[in-house]
Design a protein around this ligand. Structure first.
Ligand code: ATP
Length: 311
């Protein structure tokens, strides 16, 4: 009997280097104007032939059973849902043994679940030989979650709609970041709800004019870290800080440790600290690991490609 090698796909974490949040739409989502950057922190999904679907999870956070960091092990996991969706689309039986190794911290604003979903679509498309058109994979990805299409494409992209409509952005460089991972995760819906609350009380602008992405797009074309630093923006940051006031200290710690700028990534609580260059990132990571405000610290670069077969 021949044992088929697994198909292994890795998919990157993202940070939002710009997150303009518009008004709440009728469907419960906010209109977004965001700039995604894929960074070199990857989850991997390995798939093998199986009878029905099965899923194992390992790595950081995979065993968490409570709070917003909980990762379901069964049919509600995004990996499982991606498998069912692709099988349904392609008219094949959903048969596969799926193993996920999570290195992207959970509920951290880094789109780890979305990375896993995108990786699963690519892996099972290869395992099952379904040869889905790229446009179809992107449409399936959008059904799974707002960040999933970007996890497929990677690189740098502008996200509109609820973030699921992605178009590539020209970037004239590669940037070095340090991710400061806070102790406990934050629920994305809770952070958006807090933004709505703050907007209703007039404590932050109401969202009819979300922060423009133009400065960050110009900085990306130019490539200089200093210019990018001046243009980072996240309309969700006040809401994340309101729910987790300790993040203020984390942002200050990043700047004091030599970051050219620091911003909350997406809905948080991860802090993305931009370094001037690679050496600066190594120094910044060492410094931040020592200040005791983060659970863990990772030096990463971006842009990197989206979900890709690695074996
Ligand atoms: P978002 O993509 O909404 O910004 P996030 O990046 O902050 O979210 P994720 O790590 O993607 O956070 O997890 C958010 C929630 O998604 C988890 O709390 C978990 O309940 C659910 N989830 C489902 N499948 C997965 C998966 N494969 N990995 C991680 N979380 C998953």
């Amino acid at each position: 009997m021949t044992v088929r090698e697994p198909v292994v796909v890795r998919a990157p974490a993202k940070i939002n280097i710009h997150l303009g949040v518009g008004p709440l739409r009728g469907d419960g989502f906010h209109a977004l104007h965001t700039v995604y950057l894929a960074v070199s922190l990857f989850d991997t999904v390995a798939v093998r032939p199986g009878e029905g679907l099965s899923l194992t999870l390992s790595g950081e956070g995979a065993g968490t059973t409570t709070g917003p960091g909980q990762v379901p092990g069964g049919p509600t996991n995004l990996v499982w849902r991606a498998a069912e969706l692709l099988a349904d689309h392609a008219g094949v039986r959903p048969d596969a043994a799926m193993d996920v190794v999570k290195r992207i911290p959970v509920a951290a604003g880094l789109a780890g679940g979305s990375a896993d979903a995108a990786a699963t679509l690519v892996a099972l498309d290869a395992l099952w030989g379904t040869r889905a058109a790229r446009a179809d994979l992107l449409a399936l990805a959008a059904q799974l979650g707002s960040d999933v299409p970007f996890s497929l494409t990677g690189g740098v992209a502008l996200g509109t709609g609820r973030g699921e409509q992605v178009s590539p952005v020209l970037a004239g460089g590669r940037w070095h970041w340090v991710l400061g991972i806070a102790g406990e995760g934050l629920s994305t819906p809770a952070v958006y709800a807090e933004l709505d609350r703050l907007r209703a009380t007039g404590r932050v602008p109401d969202g009819t004019e979300p922060t423009s992405a133009e400065p960050v797009l110009a900085a990306l074309r130019g490539g200089a870290a200093g210019e990018l630093a001046r243009s980072l923006a996240n309309d969700l940051q006040p809401a994340a800080l309101s729910l987790r006031p300790d993040l203020r200290r984390a942002l200050r710690a990043a700047e004091a440790a030599g970051a050219v700028a620091a911003v909350v990534s997406g809905s948080g609580p991860t802090v993305a600290a931009l370094a001037g260059d690679e050496e600066g990132a190594v120094r910044l990571a060492a410094e931040l690991a020592g200040v005791g405000v983060f659970r863990s610290v990772r030096a990463v670069t971006g842009p990197v490609p989206g979900a890709r077969v690695v074996s």
